[in-house]
Design a protein around this ligand. Structure first.
Ligand SMILES: Nc1ncnc2c1ncn2[C@@H]1O[C@H](COS(=O)(=O)NC(=O)[C@@H](N)CS)[C@@H](O)[C@H]1O
Length: 437
C-alpha cells in the first residue's frame, strides 16, 4: 500500500480527552474516530488490526470445535420477556420500537436469541455437544463510557454458547473454551491470567475472567507469580481429550480480582510469589446451567427418552477492547509496538529521498518483492522529512521498518529496524529481503 494513496489521518497533538495511552495512541495513529460517546468509526489501520484480532479469535474457536454463526444486532423484546431479563437489564439496554410499534432492542448479548435458535432445531441428546459462536457488535448504554474502545457503548464481542445434556457435559464444554482462551491470548502476544469470578446465583466454580496485566487496567488483581510461567497448551491440543488437568494447572494457584480477593489466602503465599497488579478484563466465561433453557423450553430427550432442559454456558471475548488492550500492554514513548500476529502491516518501507531515481527504483523493487512474498507493506512514498517519516512509523508501530536512502544505496545497503527492540542494522538489499521473507 502506498502511503500517498492510503487514508492515515495521523494527529500531531495528543487529544486532550484521551485519558489512557491506548486511547491517545489510537487517535493519534489515525486508527479511530469518535462519532458519539462510546461509539467509534474504525479508520483503515484500526480496522485492519480489529480484523486480525477477530481472525485469531475465530481460528481458536474453530480449533476447539465451536461453530460460527452470525446473529443480528437488533433483537425482539419478546425473547427477553421469556427469560425475564427484559425488565432486569435496566438502562444499559437500548430499547427501540419499529414502525409497527413492536418492542425491539440493540442486543447487549445473545443468550436468549441463541437459545431460541437451539430450541427450534435440536431435540435429542445425540445432537449434543454443541457450541455456537459469532463475532458481532453489541450495545450497552454504559452510564460512563470512557478510555476509548476499552469501555465503549457499541463494541465488538465474540460470544459463544454451549449446549450439553448435563453439568458434566457442560464442564467439558467449559474446559474447551478455557483452553481456547489461553491459546487465543497467547497468539495475540498477551499474558492473560484466568481469575475466578463471581458465579452469582448459579454458584459453582465455573466462571473465570481472563485478565491482561496492564498498569491502566480498571481492576486491581492479585496472583501467584508462578502463574506467569504456566505453559499455554499447543496447537496440537486434543480438544476431545480430558482437558481438566490443564484447567487445574491454571486454577489451582492464587489469582483473584479485587471483588473475589481473599487476603488471608494471598498472605499465605511466600512474598516473592505475591503479585499485585492492575488488569484489563479481555474475556469472561460462565456456566449457567438451565437458567435460559428452563424458561425458554430448550430441552432434549435423553438416552432414556425423558426430556430435560440443556445445560449451557456462555463465553465472551472483547474483540474491540483487545485492540486497546494490546496497545496498553505493548507501547513505548514513541508509540504503538504491534505484535507480529496483529500488526496492520508487516513492514513499513521508508523512502528517504522521493524523486531520486535510484532510491525510487530500489523502493519499487523492494515493494514488489516483499508483496510477492506475501508481506503486507506500507510504503511511505511521500516527500516528507526523514525525521517525520521515522516518527510516523514509530507511532503506528509496524514490527519492521525498511529504510532506503541514496547514501546507503550507493553501497548497495539499506537499513532494517526492529520496532520492538529498536535494533537497527545496515545490510544488503538481498539480506534485508531474506530477513523479512
Ligand atoms: N463496554 C464494553 N466495551 C468493550 N468491551 C466490553 C464492554 N463490555 C464487555 N466487554 C468485553 O466483552 C467481554 C464479555 O462481556 S461479558 O459481559 O463479560 N460477558 C457476556 O456478555 C457473556 N454474555 C458472554 S457471551 C468482556 O470480558 C469484555 O472483554
Amino acid at each position: 500500500m502506498r502511503l500517498s494513496r492510503y487514508f492515515l489521518p495521523i494527529l500531531k497533538e495528543t487529544p486532550k480527552e484521551a485519558e489512557i495511552v491506548s486511547h491517545r495512541l489510537m487517535l493519534r495513529a489515525g486508527m479511530l474516530r469518535q462519532q458519539s460517546a462510546g461509539i467509534y468509526s474504525w479508520l483503515p489501520m484500526g480496522k485492519k488490526v480489529l480484523d486480525k484480532v477477530g481472525q485469531i479469535v475465530r481460528e481458536e474457536q474453530d480449533r476447539s470445535g465451536a461453530i460460527e454463526i452470525m446473529m443480528p444486532t437488533i433483537q425482539s423484546a419478546d425473547l427477553w420477556r421469556e427469560s425475564g431479563r427484559y425488565d432486569d437489564y435496566g438502562k444499559e439496554m437500548l430499547r427501540i420500537t419499529d414502525r409497527h410499534e413492536r418492542d425491539m432492542l440493540y442486543g447487549p448479548t445473545n443468550e436468549e436469541m441463541v437459545t431460541d435458535i437451539f430450541r427450534s432445531y435440536v431435540r435429542s441428546y445425540r445432537d449434543l455437544p454443541l457450541n455456537l459462536y459469532h463475532i458481532q457488535w453489541k450495545f450497552r448504554d454504559e452510564v460512563r463510557p470512557r478510555f476509548g474502545v476499552m469501555r465503549g457503548r457499541e463494541f465488538l464481542m465474540k460470544d459463544a454458547y454451549s449446549f450439553d445434556v448435563d453439568q458434566e457435559g457442560a464442564r467439558r464444554a467449559y474446559n474447551k473454551m478455557f483452553v481456547a482462551y489461553l491459546r487465543t491470548f497467547e497468539r495475540l502476544g498477551l499474558q492473560a491470567i484466568p481469575m475466578k469470578a463471581d458465579s452469582g446465583p448459579i454458584g459453582g466454580d465455573m466462571t473465570h475472567e481472563f485478565i491482561v496485566l496492564a498498569s491502566t487496567g480498571e481492576s486491581a488483581v492479585f496472583l501467584d507469580k508462578e502463574l506467569l510461567d504456566t505453559p499455554v497448551p499447543g496447537a496440537d491440543t486434543d480438544f476431545d481429550a480430558d482437558l481438566s488437568p490443564i484447567v487445574t494447572a491454571w486454577t489451582s494457584k492464587y489469582a483473584a480480582t479485587e471483588e473475589m480477593h481473599d487476603e488471608a489466602a494471598f498472605a499465605a503465599l511466600p512474598d516473592e510469589r505475591k503479585v499485585t497488579a492492575r488488569g484489563i478484563e479481555v474475556g469472561h466465561i460462565f456456566y449457567f446451567g438451565t437458567k435460559y433453557s428452563e424458561p425458554m423450553g430448550a430441552k432434549v430427550a435423553g438416552p432414556d427418552g425423558t426430556e430435560r432442559p440443556v445445560h449451557m454456558g456462555s463465553y465472551g471475548i472483547g474483540v474491540s477492547r483487545l485492540v486497546a488492550g494490546l496497545i496498553e500492554a505493548s507501547h513505548d514513548d514513541a508509540g504503538i509496538i504491534w505484535p507480529d500476529s496483529v500488526a496492520p502491516f508487516d513492514v513499513g518501507l521508508v523512502n528517504l529521498k522521493v524523486g531520486d531515481a535510484a532510491t525510487d527504483a530500489a523502493c519499487e523493487d523492494l515493494l514488489a518483492k516483499l508483496e510477492a512474498a506475501g508481506k503486507d507493506v506500507l510504503y511511505d512514498d511521500t516527500d516528507g522529512r526523514a525525521g517525520a517519516k521515522f516518527a510516523t512509523m514509530d507511532l503506528i508501530g509496524l514490527p519492521w521498518q525498511l529504510i532506503v536512502g541514496p547514501k546507503g544505496l550507493a553501497d548497495g545497503m539499506v537499513e532494517l529496524k526492529r520496532r520492538a527492540s529498536g535494533e537497527r542494522e545496515t545490510l544488503s538489499i538481498e539480506s534485508a529481503l531474506a530477513r523479512l521473507t
